[in-house]
Design a protein around this ligand. Sequence first.
Ligand SMILES: NC(=O)c1ccc[n+]([C@@H]2O[C@H](COP(=O)([O-])OP(=O)(O)OC[C@H]3O[C@@H](n4cnc5c(N)ncnc54)[C@H](OP(=O)(O)O)[C@@H]3O)[C@@H](O)[C@H]2O)c1
Length: 291
Amino acid sequence: MTPIDQAGTFPLGDRRVHRLGYGAMQLAGPGVFGPPRDPDAARAVLREAIAAGVDHIDTSDFYGPHVTNRLIREALSPYPASLTLVTKIGARRDEKGGWLPAASPEELTRAVHDNLTHLGLEALEVVNLRVMLDTHGPAEGSIEAPLATLAGLQRQGLVRHIGLSNVTPAQVAQGRGICDIVCVQNQYNLAHRGDDALIDSLARDGIAYVPFFPLGGFSPLQSAALSEVARRLGSTPLQVALAWLLRRSPNILLIPGTSSVAHLRENLAAAALHLPDKVLPVLERIGARVA
Ligand SMILES: NC(=O)c1ccc[n+]([C@@H]2O[C@H](COP(=O)([O-])OP(=O)(O)OC[C@H]3O[C@@H](n4cnc5c(N)ncnc54)[C@H](OP(=O)(O)O)[C@@H]3O)[C@@H](O)[C@H]2O)c1
């Protein structure tokens, strides 16, 4: 048994993946724009993830753009049969690295074909529609038109499963009326708990919830309470943050991002970290203070 086996698995589409995976966004250059300073080091992180048993990698052609998908192909193709690559469409980058919506039928269709080309695949296992009504967080509004386009691409056999990202509960409900939704990827972590009710309802329906920024994002979480719990458990604060997410709900699949092999190993080791019941109220208070 490898350490990540200890966190168990959960279905993602018609496969089961380990609950600890890897998010590739940090492999692009500064600001998720352009190439990394050291492409060999980036490819080494990807190979180490696979060697450690990771079978779920999150990516997108808008990281770079095209940078992380190309690194993944260079480092990992031909892909292990067990690997589930999840990508996202619905956004694009401008020439300065800004994030813009790209949700017309033509843009979504091109994005699926670009992802297929850059990843070197004939079909994409899971594609998340990244909703950009507000770039920084979920905002109400219909997702019917772009999701219908994505469902059409699925019927053509280019996409096997569909997920949603940056969405409200109402959009999840609307989406489930249009096609099968296998995962929801929204911002959520110890200090950012807006999706608590959504996570529980998705868990009841067997749908995966994939928190982005599980460590807090570009400025990882820092809290005296988190550090104190980590000290008591002989772990690191970010391992506690990941272990808390694993404990929070069985349908949570983690994709912590890092550009460092050492951080990757530290993060994957969180699968084996047991949080005793008595530390949970201390950790819960971190979210309550921020909410
Ligand atoms: N759907 C969306 O809209 C969306 C948005 C954002 C992200 N995502 C996805 O979610 C994944 C995870 O989010 P994220 O990578 O942005 O944020 P994250 O996982 O919360 O944190 C990444 C940050 O934490 C640092 N870090 C990682 N492990 C560490 C460790 N053990 N010790 C100290 N620092 C550590 C990383 O720096 P180092 O590189 O130095 O380790 C990086 O700055 C992304 O990779 C991407 O695939 C999706």
